[in-house]
Design a protein around this ligand. Structure first.
Ligand code: NAP
Length: 296
């Protein structure tokens, strides 16, 4: 059996076309969506990700505003910049590229972002909303995975979903989203004993550990859907995921490639969340005034 490849690049392209149309309509109505990105330092990977995000904005017609600070910028300056963007009437989304230098307190930075502009979905209110089963801004990577599953026609309800990786930005929100869709969810992490005994039970296996080659064919159930979130740069310069693609594709029913799987979706979901924020601005909706959360 050779797995069906879930082509994230192609799915993202279709979505971006749709979002470009929505942005054009909103702009014509006087609500041009705007995204502000803050980059601290000159981490090459961060620069690359920020470049991808800026390009996606251009492609969809979203106004983007990049603010770059040196690595030794005082924490106060970053918080002050966020404060100004919070007040800016034409900025719908604020994103601080992670990781931040060690002297900057991540918690303070995430808490400083206006929850109504938190398009990355990392503010504690958004995380809490995800826990109770509803959120305005789903974190971009798990949101992208969810749409990839939908695009491939993968049913989630009642399935065994196993997530390898329990980070706050991928594994945990992914688990909550799948739980919301009534999957039976297992979350594995570095301390999990005998990883294979969990992964082999997965109808849907989502891997986000940052360990190249972690998942091999014998760990995968025949016909499973395997989503590889990992992005690992090898010494020879190639980029691979966490799944041994060549062997696993002979066993899985569906698989995402790296690159060209989850990555393009993550960036595209940022556009989706920014559009959503602009629509809420137009409707003068605010988080705390939105009763729909508490009805989940
Ligand atoms: P992270 O914060 O380093 O978290 C990694 C998680 O994997 C942790 O929960 C860790 O467990 C777990 N883990 C590590 N080694 C493991 C092992 N041998 N077995 C089982 N679990 C293990 O990383 P992240 O930010 O979530 O990112 C994970 C990967 O996804 C990275 O390669 C990253 O580049 C990639 N990524 C891709 C996208 C995209 O758009 N495609 C977006 C974000 C991240 P502990 O909690 O016990 O330490």
């Amino acid at each position: 059996m050779t797995a069906t490849i879930i082509d994230g690049k192609a799915v993202a392209k279709v979505l971006r076309k749709k979002y470009a149309q929505e942005v054009a309509e909103l702009s014509a109505a006087g609500v041009a969506p705007g995204l502000a990105v803050i980059l601290v330092g000159d981490n090459p990977a961060s620069r690359l990700y920020v470049g991808n995000k800026t390009r996606a904005c251009q492609e969809c017609g979203v106004r983007s505003h990049l603010q770059v600070f040196p690595a030794d910028v005082p924490e106060f300056d970053v918080l002050q910049a966020i404060g100004k963007l919070n007040q800016h009437p034409e900025i719908d989304g604020i994103l601080v590229q992670l990781p931040l230098p060690a002297h900057i307190d991540l918690r303070k930075v995430l808490a400083a972002i206006d929850v109504d502009k938190d398009v990355d979905g990392f503010h504690l209110y958004n995380v809490g909303a995800l826990v109770v089963g509803n959120t305005i801004f789903p974190p971009c990577t798990p949101f992208g995975v969810q749409l990839l599953l939908d695009s491939a026609g993968i049913e989630v309800e009642g399935k065994n979903a196993v997530i390898v990786g329990a980070s706050n930005i991928v594994g945990k929100p992914m688990a909550l989203m799948l739980l919301q869709r009534e999957a039976t969810v297992t979350v594995c992490h570095a301390k999990t004993r005998d990883l294979a005994q969990h992964t082999i039970l997965a109808d849907i296996l989502i891997v986000a550990a940052g360990r190249p080659g972690l998942i091999t064919a014998p760990m995968v159930r025949q016909g499973a859907c395997v989503i590889d979130v990992g992005i690992n740069k090898l010494p020879d310069g190639t980029t691979v995921g966490d799944v041994d693609f060549d062997s696993v594709k002979e066993r899985a029913g569906w698989i995402t490639p790296v690159p060209g799987g989850v990555g393009p979706m993550t960036v595209t979901m940022l556009i989706a969340n920014t559009i959503r924020s602009a629509r809420r601005r137009a409707a003068q909706k605010t988080y705390l005034a939105d009763d729909s959360f508490w009805q989940a």
